[in-house]
Design a protein around this ligand. Structure first.
Ligand code: PGA
Length: 290
């Protein structure tokens, strides 16, 4: 699945946008606090065969403890899978008991790292400032952040999703323009086009759809993804906005994935529960293949 450049006025107004005509699909499995080291290695072995059959960029995010084990499976099997982490410290090093730095993730072989997942925002009180510092820490080490955003049920029911999401993203992303150096920002722009690390990835995950079996309609999710692209354009320019992949997450399964992937502004999926089963997850990767 490649999404062609059809971003309305953007296409007409910017010649640089034409340089990035497609956004390759990305499917990410967030294993959360599931799978011991041994179980994670076993799942990675099953996936390295099943998911590698399709030409779709696929990433798995085990716990920190299983990163090395999964990395070994990927290199032993020469699998096309990429490795991602679920969290990172905003600090580079030092006295931060229990934390893991971006440099450590890089050394374990991580291409991606999830940031700002609603479970961490809600249950661990992660703030926008911490989230934006984590993004900076990852970019400095060449690891691509997958920034999550999503509205609670009450906001959805009040019809306030668009404002909520745009505000949430501004809080996390606006500080990047001052916290990152000019060279780092330029690099971010440059790699956005090639989709090489450390390109930013966004994930829209309505909180009411995570792990609940309820899904947003594909059209609704697409509209929110377009609103996300608007914020990216405002903060970082049209080229980065157009080139950045935006994933949908929230009860994605092999049976419903293709409806999301058909949408022009949805470039892949962030998958929780269904990523714990090799068959299910491979089905989602297959749907992204089209
Ligand atoms: P889910 O989780 O697929 O189980 O809804 C998605 C996520 O939290 O990333």
């Amino acid at each position: 699945m490649f999404h062609q450049n059809s971003y309305g006025s953007m296409q007409e107004t910017s010649s640089v946008v034409a340089a990035c005509t497609t956004r390759p699909a990305l499917v990410v499995g967030n294993w959360k606090m599931n799978k011991t080291y041994v179980q994670a290695v076993k799942l990675a072995q099953e996936l390295s065969y099943k998911a590698s059959q399709f030409e779709v960029e696929t990433c798995v995010c085990p716990t920190h403890l299983a990163l090395r084990g999964v990395a070994n499976v990927i290199s032993f099997d020469k699998a096309a899978l990429k490795l991602g982490a679920q969290n990172v410290s905003w600090e580079a090093d030092g006295a931060f008991t229990g934390e893991i730095s971006a440099q450590m993730l890089k050394e374990e072989g991580c291409t991606y790292c999830i940031v700002g997942h609603s479970e961490r925002r809600q249950k661990l009180h992660e703030s926008d400032e911490q989230i934006s510092d984590k993004i900076c820490a990852l970019i400095r080490e060449g690891v691509s952040p997958i920034l999550c955003c999503g509205e609670p049920l009450a906001v959805y029911e009040a019809g306030e999703t668009r404002n909520f999401i745009q505000n949430q993203l501004r809080q996390a992303l606006e500080p990047l323009t001052s916290k990152l150096g000019e060279a780092e920002l330029e690099e971010l722009q440059k790699v956005a086009r090639t989709h090489e690390a450390p390109a930013l990835v966004l994930a829209y995950e309505p909180i009411w759809a995570i792990g609940t079996g309820k899904v947003a309609t594909p059209e609704y999710a697409n509209e929110v993804c377009e609103a996300i692209r608007e914020v990216l354009a405002m903060l970082f320019g049209e080229e980065l906005a157009w080139c950045t992949r935006i994933l949908y997450g929230g009860s994605v399964k092999a049976e419903n994935a293709s409806f999301f992937f058909e949408q022009p502004s949805i470039d892949g999926a962030l998958v929780g529960g269904a990523a714990l089963d090799a068959q299910q997850f491979a089905g989602i990767v297959e749907a992204a293949h089209g």
